[in-house]
Each structure stands twice: as structure tokens, then as C-alpha cells.
Ligand binder design. Structure first.
Ligand code: ADP
Length: 466
């Protein structure tokens, strides 16, 4: 079995979010259980290639937008592995790759429609030796249709992984002209076009042989109107071909200066360094520290309920540290709140992307708040547990699948600031008690490594092929 994993990012070379982490780690775990897997991604100018042995392999000729486009195929290995990584270079289309691919604008959909076409040309040039093409999120939504067009029944089977259903890649019908997909020949495309645009997520969901999500609970939730982002009916009709596999985390990317036996001392040390770094007064050295790390995404990440509850939390004996970037309005609101003189000494608001600070926060905080409205998997609560920092999470998606209330963290059911606040106060009430002394090692003992998930993916590939 040979698998080609196609995605918009692959850490550590191109990392924009959690998707990059997955694509950087899953193939390495698959390789360890003898799955032959290659990775293919765009070669953006922002790619971090220092230390990589990178060589130009060959040129691909990709017909797109009524012209012949040359894509240079560079070959390297995923760091610390023997996995082949193909990076596709084209200066006209793969130009951005900066901070996010979440906007639904024409430029991005065109960029990734071009990527999809190039992936298909690459599969053809490799003499169609892949048994499975594993596609990821809307960026790869047109691959299956074009594979069908180009290779018919001889085509590889496809798996489409939904990392976040809410980002869909909505483009205009001109994308079809660009890719050479002929409307009228594909009922699923015609159906999609009826509302005037082409939705790349919808194409991935409807045309692929099999679909999975990044946690078992999210696979069930997206069948409902509340979480289905408009696709619940389509997904229900494909329920027999949909499942969930929890993401793992790459522990080697999360340095920790202590283990389960030295956690108490280690966390104290980290807290001291954290407070110093953020210029929080030493008088708070024994105060419970709550943190939030993540994209400032107004719809997903629960900022509204957090914002409502923060003032009340900070009336208690508590410090709050926030690290994130994203939505400008929310960045401003949070910054302004942190400047309010009544709480400014206890609320540190860091609007930036800083992996080192994130790791220091994971180690030096007592509690990590993840109030997301929906969460396909979520890595931060799993990373927090590795550091012995107890997560406080909303009972959805991957959060529900990874945190046990009262054992490894705190789980609240209703999406409201009141429910979040109650959970945060519960956390305060166990601070430095015997109960917390038991919860910390229980959370640190959890193993969310990739090994188990890779076994699940291998089984799924075998199932798709049979
Ligand atoms: P999502 O993929 O929805 O953004 P995840 O929880 O799956 O959320 O993954 C987020 C990853 O990005 C984690 O590794 C987290 O530590 C990291 N991260 C998010 N925001 C920041 C930031 N501002 N600075 C540093 N790391 C961040």
C-alpha cells in the first residue's frame, strides 16, 4: 500500500495552524508501522528549509487557466524521518503562505484549485503508483473529481479528512474553467453550482471515497444542524463512510523540564520564569494562573463567553494570561480590557504568535481554558495535560474525547459564560488541594502520542482499499 498525503501545510517547514502539525507528524508515525507514505504540499516562499537536503527532482506541466504552467517538483525528507516530501514550486500561484488560509477569497481558492490540479498531474507522472491519495480540508477538495476525470477506474482511492468544516474555500464557477472540469459531466458539481458558487469543502465531502474527522465526537456532531456548517444533510447521507480518528501530539516538539515525579518543583520554577517574563508582580507567585492559547477566532474559540467571565474571575485570587492572534476586533477588545486599571496587574494580554512563550505558559500555568464553541480535535488541551496543567474545556468534539471532568481537568456542558465561570471557580476551589495533587499526575499520564492514531489510519486505508 502506497499513500500520498496532500495538504496546504506541513510542519515544521510550513506551519500555519494545527493542520500543519498533523501533516508533519502523522506520516512519521505511519512509517514506523510500515505504511509507505509520501507527502505533497505547495512550496511557499515562507517555507523554512534550512538544514533540509532539498533537490529539484523534475518539472511538471500543469494545464490551468488556459495555459501550460511549469511546476518545479522539489524532493526532500520530512525532518527526522525517511518520509519523502514533495514541495511544488510555482511563482505565479504559490505566492502567499503567510499567516492563514482561512479566508474564502477567490485568490486562495484559485491557488488551491491549481494545487489540486498539480497533485493530479504528479500522481499521473508517478505512473499512478499510489493506492490512496489522502486529502486534507478544503484546499484539496477538487482532487478526487480530477483524478476521476484523468484516470477513471484506475485512479487511486481517496480519503478526505475534515480538520475544520467551517472553513470551506468558496470560489466562483470560473474555477471549473481553470481546472478543466466540465460542468454537466459531474452531477455533484452541478448541484453545488446551483447556488452560484463552487464550494471546495463540499466537493471534498461529496466526491471522496471515504471521509473522516479528527475526533470521534466531531464526526457525530457534524451530522447535526448545530455543527454541520450547512453540510449536515449531505454528511448524514454519507454516514456509512464517515468516522473519526483523534489527532495525536508530537511530544518531541514540547520540551518539558520536569517529569511526573518532579512536576511540583518544575511547575513552580516555570511559573516564576513566566511571571517575570510577562512582568507580573512577584506577589502573585502563589496565585492560581489561568491561561488561554490559540487563534483569536470570534466564532470558534469561545472568546465571547471568556470575555464575559474574565472580570468576575479576576475578582477572585487569580491571574489570567492570554496568547493569541487573529480577529482584529477581538484583539482590540481584549487589549483594552487588559489595560483597565482595576485588573491590569492580573491580566496579561499577549497579541502575538510565539511558540516559546506558549511552551512557557503550558509549563508555568495551573489551568488552561479552552472554551471553544466547537472543536474538531484541539491540540492545546492535550499539550496542557502533558505539562500537568489542568484543562478547563467545553464538552464538545475532541475536548470531550480527551478530558475527564474531575479526573484530568474540568468539563462544562452549556456554552455560556456562567457555565465557564462555574468551572473556573471549581478549579480555584481545588487549587493546591489533595484533589489537585491527584489530578496533575493523572493528566500527565495520558498518552496522546501519534502511535495509536497511526494504527487507526492504517486500518482505515486498508478498509478503503478493500
Ligand atoms: P487550531 O488548529 O484550531 O488553531 P489547535 O488546538 O488544534 O487549534 O492547535 C493550535 C496549535 O497552535 C497549538 O500547538 C498551539 O500551541 C499553537 N498556537 C496557537 N496560537 C498560538 C500563538 N499565538 N503562539 C504560539 N502558538 C500558538
Amino acid at each position: 500500500m502506497k499513500v500520498l498525503l496532500a495538504a496546504s501545510e506541513v510542519a515544521p517547514i510550513i506551519k500555519i495552524g494545527g493542520l500543519g502539525d498533523v501533516i508533519g507528524a502523522l506520516p512519521k508515525a505511519l512509517e514506523k508501522i510500515s505504511v509507505n507514505v509520501d507527502v505533497i504540499a505547495p512550496f511557499f516562499p515562507s517555507a523554512k528549509t534550512e538544514g533540509l537536503q532539498l533537490y529539484k527532482s523534475f518539472d511538471l506541466h500543469v494545464p490551468f487557466a488556459n495555459k501550460n504552467n511549469v511546476v518545479e517538483v522539489f524532493k526532500t525528507k520530512l525532518p527526522n524521518s525517511n518520509v519523502d516530501l514533495y514541495l511544488l514550486k510555482n511563482e505565479e500561484y504559490f505566492v502567499a503562505g503567510g499567516s492563514s488560509f482561512f479566508a474564502n477569497n477567490i485568490t486562495e481558492t484559485q491557488m488551491f484549485a491549481f494545487f489540486d490540479k498539480a497533485v493530479v498531474e504528479y500522481v499521473k507522472s508517478s505512473l499512478n503508483t499510489y493506492g490512496i491519495v489522502h486529502c486534507n480540508d478544503w484546499h484539496t477538495g477538487l482532487v478526487t473529481t480530477m483524478l476521476k476525470d484523468e484516470l477513471g477506474n484506475e485512479r487511486p482511492r481517496t480519503l478526505f479528512t475534515i480538520h475544520n468544516l467551517n472553513y470551506q474555500g468558496i470560489g466562483g464557477p470560473a474555477l471549473l474553467r481553470d481546472t478543466g472540469i466540465v460542468p454537466g459531466e459531474h452531477p455533484l458539481i452541478d448541484w453545488d453550482l446551483a447556488d452560484g458558487d463552487l464550494n471546495m469543502m463540499q466537493q471534498g465531502v461529496t466526491s471522496s471515497d471515504y471521509i473522516n474527522t479528527v475526533s470521534p465526537s466531531y464526526a457525530k456532531e457534524i451530522l447535526t444542524r448545530e455543527f454541520g456548517s450547512g453540510f449536515d444533510d449531505i454528511l448524514r447521507s454519507r454516514e456509512g463512510r464517515l468516522s473519526g480518528i483523534l489527532n495525536g501530539i508530537d511530544y518531541s516538539a514540547q520540551p518539558r523540564g520536569y517529569d511526573i515525579n518532579s512536576a511540583e518543583e518544575g511547575k513552580k520554577r516555570a511559573k516564576k520564569v513566566l511571571l517575570e517574563r510577562l512582568k507580573i508582580a512577584p506577589e502573585y507567585k502563589d496565585t492560581p494562573v489561568f491561561s488561554f492559547i490559540g487563534r483569536i477566532d470570534a466564532f470558534q474559540k469561545g472568546l465571547d463567553i471568556l470575555f464575559e467571565g474574565l472580570r468576575e474571575l479576576l475578582k477572585q485570587d487569580a491571574v489570567f494570561i492570554l496568547l493569541g492572534t487573529g480577529d482584529k476586533n477581538w484583539e482590540k477588545k481584549l487589549t483594552e480590557l487588559s489595560q483597565d486599571k482595576t485588573i491590569s496587574d492580573k491580566f496579561s494580554c499577549n497579541i502575538t504568535f510565539d511558540i516559546e512563550l506558549a511552551n512557557l505558559m503550558y509549563a508555568g500555568s495551573d489551568f488552561l481554558v479552552v472554551p471553544s464553541k466547537y472543536e474538531p480535535c484541539g491540540l492545546i488541551q492535550m499539550i496542557a495535560m502533558w505539562y500537568g496543567t489542568l484543562p478547563i474545556v467545553h464538552d464538545v468534539g475532541g475536548l470531550k474525547d480527551t478530558v475527564k471532568n474531575g479526573e484530568t481537568g474540568f468539563v462544562f456542558n452549556r456554552y455560556s459564560s456562567q457555565a465557564l465561570l462555574t468551572s473556573m471557580k471549581e478549579a480555584l476551589s481545588v487549587y493546591r488541594t489533595e484533589k489537585m495533587q491527584k489530578m496533575i499526575p493523572a493528566s500527565m499520564k495520558k498518552d496522546f502520542g501519534w502511535e495509536q492514531s497511526a494504527v487507526e489510519y492504517k486500518k482505515l486505508y486498508e478498509r478503503i482499499l478493500s
